[in-house]
Design a protein around this ligand. Sequence first.
Ligand SMILES: [Zn+2]
Length: 385
Amino acid sequence: MVKTIFFYLDGVGYKFLEEMPFLKNLGEEGTLCRVSVEPLHQMEFSIFASQEQKDLNLWTWYYHNPKSSPYSWTKIIPCFFDNNFFRKIINYSTVLKEYLKGNSHFLPISKIPLRFLRNFDLTSKKSFIDKNPIEIPTFFDILRGRGISYYAYEWPIYSTELKTGLRIVKKDDSCFLEEILKHKEKDFLFAHLTVFDGLLHKFGSENKIIRNYLRKLDRNIEKVCNGLLKEYPDLKIFVVSDHGMVNVREGVDITNSVKNLDIVYFADSTCLRAWGGKKEIEKLRKDLEKFPGKIYTNKNKEKCPISFKRNYSGDLLFIVEPGFEIFPNFFNNSKLIKAMHGYDKTSELDALFVHNYKITNKKKIPTFGICPLVFKSLKIPAPLE
Ligand SMILES: [Zn+2]
C-alpha cells in the first residue's frame, strides 16, 4: 500500500508556487521551504546523493576522459562525415551498447562536434533512480537498504527495489503519473515530471502557456493525492523541484573566441570549458574577458564555485552571468533559448520543497538538505548518520 508519494518537478522554481494553489496550501499547512540551488546545477544527484555535487564531480554531464569515452570509436569517422545521419547512428548505437552493458543514463550527443566527441565521457552511466549509480548511496539505495518497496519512474526508465528497466510511455506528465499509480502495492511512489522544464526553456516565464501548465500540474498533483488519501489517510506527500530558471536576455557568441585555437572545448549553455596549452588558454582567457561572466583558470581556482579539477572544469572555465546563454552551444544552435538554469548561485533559481506534515521550521534549505528531511519524516536514519 502506498504510504509515501514523491513528485519531483523539473524546473518549477519557488516563485511559481503562486500559480499552484494546492501545493501552496499543502506547504503552508505542513512544511514549505525555499531551496537554494547549487552552482552549475545540471544533475539530479545534487538532491538524491544528499551531498554537494561539486565534491562528487557530478555538476556536469560530460567530462574530459578520452580513454574511457564511450565515443572513442568515433575517431575512425572522418570529420567531414559530421552530419545528422551519422550523428543518429552514433546516438542509437551508443545507447544500445550502454543499455546492453546494464547502464541506464542515456544522453544524446546533441550538437557536440565529432572532432571533440571522442574526448568526453559521461560523469554518470546510470540514472539516479537506478541501483548504486554513484560511489555513495543515493536516496533510492537507502530506501532499498531499509526494505522499503518503491516504484520510481524517470522517462524512459523505471526502477524498483528489485530491478531497473526500460518502460516507454508517452512523454507527458499525466502518463508518468498514471504509470506510477499502476504500482500501488509499493510503499513509495516517485515520478520525475519533466515536461514543464522544456516548456519554460521554450517560452520563458512570462508566457501564458507557463501559467496554464502550472495550474494543470497543480490540479493533477491534487487529484493524485486526493485519490491516494482516500485509500490511505496517513499518506506522506513530498513535492520537490530541482531549480527555477532565469529568463534569457542575450546570447554570448564564443565562436570567434575559440576559432583558430589549438584546444578541445565544451560549450554548455551557461559555461564553456577548454583544455589546452598555457599559451592557447591565456589567449582564450583574454578574449573572453569582454563577455559578461566569470573566468576561472589555475590562477584563481580557489574562487571557483565548483572544484577546479582539470578533467571536469577544463584548464579554463567560463561561466556566463545569469540571463545570458552561450549561443550557439553544443545543445542548442538554432534559436536563443527563452529561459535557462545552470548558472552560478543566484536566488532567482531557488527551487521548492513541500510536505504535508510539519517537519522543520527552516524557511530555506540547500538542495542536498532535501533527502535528509524526507528521511526524517519517514523516520529513516539519514545517509550520513
Ligand atoms: Zn532544463
